[in-house]
Design a protein. Sequence first.
Length: 319
Amino acid sequence: MSVPTTFTYLNASSALYTQNRVSAPVGSGLVLLEASPASQLADGFFAEAFQDLYGNIIIAYQGSILDKSDSLYNTPYGSASRLADGAILAGGNPPGVFDDALAFALNVKNTYGSHDIYVTGHSLGGVEAEYAAEQFSFIKGGATFGAPGLPLYFGSTIETFTNYVDRADPVGNYASDAGSALNAVAADGLMGTHFGQVVQVSSGLNSQADAAQLAADNHDSFLPDVLSLIIDYGLGLPNPFIALMQTNHPLSHYYADFDAPIIINTLGDLEAVRNNLSGHYILGANIDASGIPFASIGSSTNPFTGTFDGNGHTINGLH
């Protein structure tokens, strides 16, 4: 049986950001099988199991909500997901979400164990995928996007599991791996290495410049860096790590790294089109922007030059 493709992992990771419990996005090549219990949203946990075109089962774990314009930002899930981020940032296991990740994986195995099972996720979802794969031998492999290292893990490289890390993504580079751009900061914070192999990706000259800036901040000053990051993020103040994260950490940026059509599921995804005006996009869900100010994407001097496939969906209320 063929293993899932990188694009399939990307689409599965993207599908979770709408928390749609009914179906997978049209054009994703996935069929939704089941979702995690709604009661676990308060833990900052959400996962879904999909079947791909080859019959593989893919467990996808949702990432944290960091964009303040995202409709999920002020929900119990959004708030709890950022608390889990804080625990991981401090080099510890986040309460709740790791246990939830294992429980969901076991439930999927009990139901679909005759199929090969893989895991994936972006950001917080990625480190949950790492944890599940490290704990369970029935997981055949997987891929993550922008996931940090696994807290307190310093094991061997697993070739069937791949962590894709943009060179300028401060979240994905927050690991003790020798090649991670923030390995000195991570080691000072007791963060472990990634579970599985790390493949660094990049998209264009801007990413190269951002990567150089990130590497310049790699020093063993964990506590002041973390305190500054938390305070500046909370108050909306300028911070070099936050600026790099906003540009290079979103899943849409990883789609650009692979030159894959980016699935637009939310208004936040649509806003992010401004970061890559030459990208290729496909609408994965209806979007209602009623009552929300929305600035034009592109301009006469810097126009949108990519492609946008409506895929049978609509965007309403833009003004």
